[in-house]
Structures are given as C-alpha cells and as structure tokens.
Design a protein around this ligand. Sequence first.
Ligand code: DAT
Ligand code: MG
Length: 150
Amino acid sequence: SNNERTYIMIKPDGVQRGLVGKIIQRFEERGFKLTALKLVQATEAHLEQHYADLKGKGFFPGLIKYMASGPVVAMVWEGLDAVKTGRVMLGATNPLQSPVGSIRGDYCLAVGRNICHGSDSVESAEKEIGLWFPEGVNQYISALEPWIFE
Ligand code: DAT
Ligand code: MG
C-alpha cells in the first residue's frame, strides 16, 4: 500500500561518520514521507529488545555494545512498499555483498559496522515503531503525494 511504514535507523557509526544527511536525503528523494525522527542514545536493555530475535548469536554482545556506544537516528518512513524498498535501499546485511548504489554498498565495508538498520517485514516494522516511538508518530498530508502516486 502507499502508506506502508518502515523503521529505519542510522547506527552510531553512521552518525559519527557524518552520513545522517546523505541517508535521509535518499529516502526523501525516493519519495518516502518522514513521519518520525529523533536522535537517541539507547540503553543496552532497549537494544536487546530491538534485536531480541538475534539473542544467542555469537555476535550479539558485540552488536549491543556497538549499538549502545553512541546516539542513533531513529526514523519512520512511509510510502509504497516501504519495508521491502527500504531494505533494497540499505543493501545486504554484509556490505561486501551490497550493490554499489545501495547505502551499505556505497558507504561501508564490515558487517559489524554497517551504518544502518531497516525493518525486515511489515510485522517487525510495526513492532519496532512501537518500541522506538511509544509516543506515536506524526500524521500529515504530504503536498507531493499526487506527484509521487497516481
Ligand atoms: P540486518 O541488519 O540486515 O537486518 P540482521 O537482522 O540479520 O541483519 O542482523 C542485525 C545486525 O547484526 C546486522 O545489521 C549486523 C549484525 N550482524 C549480523 N550478522 C553478523 C555477523 N555474522 N557478524 C557480525 N555482525 C553481524
Ligand atoms: Mg534485521
């Protein structure tokens, strides 16, 4: 649907490397609508909830430490097929397998420093949006909508 929502996050390395503007620009230019955004340093407990599905993996402790090491940019983007399209824009989990032109394929090299997160299904998007934005997101009409959708 035109108003599917996805949770996109710029990880601490993306913030430190000054890539916030470039990453946001890609979603804006593609035609997605920004409905929530904040810079937040998450607690380890919060990140363990976000990555609950990966608990038990060898890289889990390192992942949580890295994600808690600095502020992240938490965002909700809305638009046509936002979850799947967001993942395509991010690239593969391993940046070395990410096509040039994707965010990870253009800006990073290591799986453990892959600068961004995107929800992998509509169900996890809704769960992640609730976890990161318990206060709710913004609702507004984009003036561009009739130029982006039929
Ligand atoms: P994605 O972020 O593409 O959804 P995921 O949900 O499988 O990937 O894993 C979450 C994050 O954990 C991923 O962005 C980077 C880290 N990670 C995944 N596999 C890893 C591995 N084999 N070694 C180190 N970090 C890994
Ligand atoms: Mg994932």
